[in-house]
Design a protein around this ligand. Structure first.
Ligand SMILES: Nc1ncnc2c1ncn2[C@@H]1O[C@H](COP(=O)(O)OP(=O)(O)OP(=O)(O)O)[C@@H](O)[C@H]1O
Ligand SMILES: [Mg+2]
Length: 284
């Protein structure tokens, strides 16, 4: 779990980027920070891995104040993915993904093997391994960024608008694959976006920020759609709140229906395997 307790960040020029933030980010889930430009999303994210230090208050990971953990140790357990992937242009894809294992002193062969395994996991063609980032599409580069952050298997992933530089279709498929991956991995993910639809689709919980670094609402997507905390949240959800709500609940229904069908099928199989008392093989 990651907690913010009364956290304020004031930059040297006096800008208050984050204002007395209290937040409990659950382990093993995706928590989304959403809000308009300049509302302190990136600053909040970077206070977790100490790329930025809080001016006041405490950020803690698993109950430990991050200020008491030296940054390299802290960051070993935290993957970081940014917009445009931020890849090293002169390193091949396979070596970009192996960045952290190389830094940790893994054997080169083992690091590259891990890199190949991750390429497969994030849906990258193994043929791309020897290419350089500029020879990949935007969507492929984002996948490399995700694979690189996963390389040392950190329990926590910080993702800052990782899918925002690609077109809507590629973006939707990246989101879908990311959800599938997270289903297996169950990382503690803090995901930043300014897109409320992305927040609703990915978030287990959503923190809506407003300019000035104030938390407007922290709740599940259902709760936010059902009961926006104030006019700011209502406006941020936009005029299509009713439609978003409908779509969200339809998707939940579809998931539930699929789950029920799977359970029923399993029960039927079990029943078929169970010899009924008094029945003969011919009757079954
Ligand atoms: N190094 C800095 N020095 C001074 N002010 C800064 C610095 N970094 C960010 N800020 C200011 O702090 C506020 C929050 O910035 P931050 O980058 O956290 O916002 P954001 O929500 O991530 O925005 P965006 O959606 O545009 O990425 C903004 O007003 C920004 O100008
Ligand atoms: Mg930002």
């Amino acid at each position: 779990m990651i907690t913010f307790e009364g956290v304020t960040k004031r930059y040297p020029d006096g800008t208050v980027a984050v204002d007395t933030l209290d937040l409990e980010i659950p382990a093993g889930r995706i928590t989304v920070l959403v809000g308009p430009s300049g509302c302190g999303k990136t600053t909040s994210l970077r206070m977790i891995n100490r790329m930025v230090d809080a001016t006041e208050g405490v950020v803690a990971v698993d109950g430990k104040n991050v200020r008491e953990i030296d940054p390299p140790t802290l960051r070993r357990g935290i993957g970081y993915v940014i917009q445009q992937a931020g890849l090293f242009p002169h390193r091949t894809i396979v070596d970009n993904i192996a960045t952290v294992p190389f830094l940790l002193g893994w054997d080169k062969k083992k690091a590259r093997a891990r890199s190949h395994e991750l390429m497969e996991r994030v849906g990258l063609d193994p043929k791309l391994a020897k290419r350089y980032p500029a020879q990949l599409s935007g969507g492929q580069q984002q996948r490399v960024g995700v694979a690189r952050a996963l390389a040392a298997d950190p329990p926590i992933m910080l993702m800052d608008e990782p899918f925002s530089a690609v077109d809507p279709i590629v973006r939707a498929s990246l989101q879908d694959e990311f959800l599938r991956l997270q289903n297996d991995l169950e990382k503690t993910i803090v995901f930043v976006t300014h897109d409320i639809d992305e927040a609703i689709k990915l978030g287990h919980k959503i923190a809506v920020f407003q300019v000035g670094g104030k938390l407007a609402q922290y709740a599940t997507p259902e709760e936010i759609l059902d009961a926006p905390a104030d006019d700011f949240v209502r406006d941020f959800l936009g005029g299509e709140r009713g439609i978003k709500r409908l779509r969200f609940f339809q998707e939940l229904d579809a998931e539930e229906a699929a789950e029920q069908a799977t359970e029923q099928a399993a029960e039927q199989r079990a029943a078929a395997d169970r010899p009924e008392a008094g029945s003969t093989a011919a009757e079954r």
